[in-house]
Design a protein around this ligand. Structure first.
Ligand SMILES: *Cc1c(COP(=O)(O)O)cnc(C)c1O
Length: 414
């Protein structure tokens, strides 16, 4: 079967048409079932901590909570979201991870006794001054990194993240009487097993460089999903095995029990999400055909930012049968007043065409695997309101974020 048809059938076209009828397009849609499936694949880890920046809707966080997943927050807003979703302070529920801590965030983490994953020496000084005995982790920068793109590589000399010298940080942590409970390493998105062993080695070197019993090791996030190529699929079994071995070794050496934590964002939500938009115009320009949609990079910025590939399928407005043996080549763009507003572009910003069946204005385009870094990265650029988010539960659906009104957008200025 044609891959696009397969992709479309998988996401249940009838229910999507029902959703559009009720809430119009463009719209984000998530399948709860897929999130649950992804969570279950990571059950071997002692703690699964969702990096909520990938998809921070409170209702998505509630799904995580219901399924035993804990949460990471990288800002005051994300802490508030976690609390709203029912996660508690003074527990393992929430960890605040950052390289800086602003005054209002510090007040909040002190009030709720939220452990802090420290990414800079200045943070140690600030937390130590205002909240001695606070529980802290250290985010280690091992001096090298890995990422699907240089912007998602979070280790090494070009990365602003983490602490390079744990020994030095530890001296300060002791001086300020903070409680070091865990070590964290997140070097970027993408998994490569040779590389992974290097990361584990770095964790070992750092963890044993100080004489301190820790309770947690976090492997960070970075698990990929097969956006295009099924080779991108991570082998969780191997991933766990490598890390588990490393944890056991460190545990033995430090003579303490250590929980192994994983902190995925993308892996848990990417495949659950769709961006559904309407074809508003079909433009033939010289020998090229442009399809223009009612959503742009203000909704989904990944293709523009990283040249990310997403499968794009067609949903006919009347659910008619499409002819997959007669495909046309199209470039897919949005409504923004900016020539870079194209979903089919490579990392170097060159445009490419994709093959789809023949379509009409009014048909819908589905951009697949957009549950991660989709809605959470969207903006009001071109003064376009944020679009709704819908959650499909079994054979039903609920709106989990309504469409922003233009009035709401303007109200900040009036
Ligand atoms: C972004 C981030 C993650 C999640 O990354 P994914 O690639 O979405 O898994 C995990 N931990 C930290 C500290 C992050 O900044």
């Amino acid at each position: 079967m044609n891959i696009l048809k397969k992709k479309l059938n998988k996401v249940n076209p009838e229910i999507i048409l029902r959703i559009i009828k009720k809430y119009k397009s463009p719209i984000w849609i998530y399948h709860e079932k897929i999130i649950q499936k992804q969570i279950s694949k990571l059950k071997k880890f002692d703690i699964i901590r969702f990096a909520q920046k990938a998809c921070s809707n409170i209702h998505i966080l509630k799904i995580m909570k219901k399924n035993g997943v804990k949460v990471d927050a990288v800002s005051l807003g994300e802490i508030e979201r976690a609390l709203k979703a029912g996660f508690k302070g003074n527990s393992e529920d929430i960890v605040y991870t950052s390289d800086i801590i602003e005054d209002n965030t510090l007040q909040k983490v002190i009030l709720h006794k939220i452990p802090i994953n420290i990414g800079s020496i200045d943070m140690i000084k600030k937390i130590g001054k205002y909240s001695p005995k606070h529980k802290v982790w250290v985010r280690i920068n091992p001096g090298f990194g890995h990422g699907h793109h240089k912007k998602t590589n979070t280790g090494g000399k070009n990365s602003k993240h983490g602490i390079w010298n744990l020994k030095k940080a530890y001296e300060l942590i002791k001086k300020f009487n903070l409680k070091l409970i865990g070590l964290h390493i997140h070097i970027g998105s993408g998994v490569n097993y040779i590389h992974l062993k290097k990361v584990c080695q770095a964790m070992w070197t750092q963890a044993t460089s100080i004489n301190h019993k820790i309770s947690y090791i976090s492997t960070g996030g970075g698990l990929t999903i097969p956006y295009k190529n099924y080779k991108e699929k991570v082998n969780i079994k191997d991933y766990y095995k490598i890390w588990n071995k490393s944890r056991n070794k460190i545990s033995k050496k430090l003579d303490c029990k250590i929980k192994l934590e994983i902190e995925p964002g993308r892996y848990l939500v990417a495949e659950s999400g769709l961006l559904v938009s309407k074809i508003e115009s079909i433009k033939n320009v010289k020998n090229r055909t442009f399809l223009l949609l009612n959503s742009g990079f203000n909704e989904l910025i990944r293709p523009v930012l990283y040249g990310s590939y997403h499968y794009i399928s067609v949903l006919p407005m009347d659910n008619r049968n499409l002819d997959y043996s007669n495909m046309i080549k199209v470039i897919i763009g949005g409504p923004l007043c900016e020539s870079g507003d194209i979903f089919t572009q490579k990392e170097n910003n060159d445009l490419y065409s994709i093959k789809i069946p023949i379509v009409k204005v009014g048909d819908y385009i589905i951009i697949h695997d957009t549950g991660a870094y989709g809605a959470s990265m969207s903006s009001n650029y071109n003064s376009r309101p944020l679009i709704p988010e819908i959650l499909i539960k079994k054979n039903n659906f609920i709106q989990i974020r309504r469409r922003q009104t233009i009035q709401e957008m303007l109200s900040l200025e009036i």
